[in-house]
Design a protein around this ligand. Structure first.
Ligand code: ARG
Length: 449
């Protein structure tokens, strides 16, 4: 091999597609024989040879040769060594263009199935957390400032919803990936009476492509996969950020299990949330691969162009990263403990109940704006005196509104959450319903795509 040809080699990464490539070839050979395009005996020889190749690859004994450039040429060359000239008939009515498109679609469909399984695992862990701490009230945040009390379960189930949308996106992407490109030839179709319906059925596709030129050059399904992957990593990264913040000494809301923290080489007290940080960091490369592929595709005239070979590495890296991250999150969330005592305590501090006190005044007949103004002044007063709202005596409260009465002291974080009793709100009965719905979705989801 001269120094230049190395530039075009893809075997070091496209060999990952060997199972799909061999499965496609076996079905293609069988179809050729059924249609009388090649002899039965040749098809039998080809299929037997491909079986041997598969065994060799799995045993790590396949003689990979980078001077043969890609996976397809490696397999075809080996087939000739094993069965002789009959090997030359396999590529009848096929091109590497529809072959590689087939391999990528088969591979992507499998990856999507695994991704959805991984997402279900994370959802399961969120549901267990919500269940385990179902009555715990914590401060909910806006602007990372304590805002209003919410149930910890409500917070966990917010992520459940994000991952549910991710699952829907992956399913949607699966439906457009599920289209057979084989039979498109190099670009124009093939000059043999092939049976594409048979190919689709045997290879598990629900549709065959409608346009051969589109079929060999379309990589939208990968863009969609990378886009759904980016959105999913964005969600995981947001959750990572919460885990990092919550496990800090400043918050002390959660404790990660030892498996998911690392010590510092010089600071013995450290329990660094490295897994969450890495997930947040790896999101960057996944976004990058999406942008990379969009850029590869944007200037391509129809039909196949060699640029398309650049669809693979970023895609493999993104799917590896997402699957690994989902696996880590499953473990990390299952091993997470909530400092329930602390989150409940702080949800009664720092004016988290200010909105509820304003609502209280509204219920006593004060217009909302006025109640809000009174509470603003009250909060200012508390800040300057270093007191909490409900530590004030009734006479002090009444200086800001005469409508305050003894029953104001019944406002607690729990009563605040219970008051948000409308669909989608954080009242315990609403969250209990949400949890049931989540469990039902998980149950349905485990029945398949
Ligand atoms: N390695 C190529 C790819 O991944 C396979 C298809 C090559 N086709 C061709 N006409 N050179 O896209």
């Amino acid at each position: 091999m001269n120094d230049y040809s190395e530039y075009t080699v893809s075997i070091h990464y496209d060999r990952r597609l060997y199972r799909q490539d061999i499965a496609g070839s076996i079905v293609h050979a069988r179809m050729l024989a059924r249609q009388g395009i090649i002899a039965e005996e040749d098809a039998d020889l080809i299929i037997e040879g491909l079986g041997k190749i598969s065994t060799e690859i799995e045993a790590g004994e396949f003689p990979w040769d980078s001077s043969l450039e890609d996976l397809h040429m490696n397999i075809e060359t080996r087939l000739r060594q094993l069965i002789g000239p009959a090997a030359g008939r396999l590529h009848t009515g096929r091109s590497r263009n529809d072959q590689v498109a087939l391999d990528m679609r088969l591979y992507t469909k499998e990856i999507i199935e695994k991704t959805i399984e991984g997402l279900h695992g994370v959802q399961q862990a969120l549901v267990s957390l919500a269940d385990r701490y179902r009555d715990v009230v914590m401060p909910g945040y806006t602007h990372l400032q304590r805002a209003q009390p919410v149930l910890f379960a409500h917070h966990m189930l917010a992520y459940f919803q994000m991952f549910q949308r991710d699952i829907e996106r992956f399913r949607d992407c699966h439906s457009r990936t599920d289209v057979l490109p084989l039979g498109s030839g190099a670009l124009a179709g093939v000059a043999y009476p092939t049976d594409r319906e048979y190919l689709a059925r045997e290879l598990g596709f629900s549709q065959t492509s409608a346009n051969s030129m589109d079929a060999v050059s379309d990589r939208d399904f990968l863009v969609e996969y990378l886009s759904a992957t980016s959105i999913c990593m964005m969600h995981l990264s947001r959750l990572s950020e919460e885990i990092v913040v919550w496990s800090s000494r400043e918050f002390e809301f959660i404790r990660l299990s030892d498996e998911f923290t690392t010590g510092s080489s010089i600071m013995p007290q450290k329990r660094n949330p490295d897994f969450a940080e890495l997930a947040r960091g790896k999101t960057g490369r996944v976004y990058g691969h999406l942008m990379g592929l969009l850029t590869v595709l944007k200037g391509l005239p129809l039909t196949y162009n060699r640029d398309l070979q650049e669809d693979k590495e970023g895609f493999f890296d993104s799917s590896d990263t997402l699957l690994a991250t989902l696996h880590v999150f499953h473990g990390m969330l299952n091993g997470l403990t909530l400092n329930a005592e602390r989150v409940t305590r702080v949800s009664g501090e720092s004016f988290v109940l200010a909105t509820d006190m304003a609502d209280y005044l509204v219920r006593k007949g004060v217009p909302f704006r006025e109640a809000h103004g009174a509470m603003q002044e009250l909060c200012g007063y508390c800040e300057s005196t270093g007191k909490e709202l409900l530590d004030l005596r009734l006479e002090e409260l009444q200086r800001f509104s005469p409508r305050f009465a003894d029953d104001v002291y019944r406002i607690t974080p729990a009563s605040s959450a219970a008051a948000r009793d409308n669909p989608g709100g954080t009242a315990p009965n609403r969250v209990a319903h949400e949890l049931e719905q989540a469990k039902k979705l998980l149950q349905e989801g485990s029945d398949g795509l």
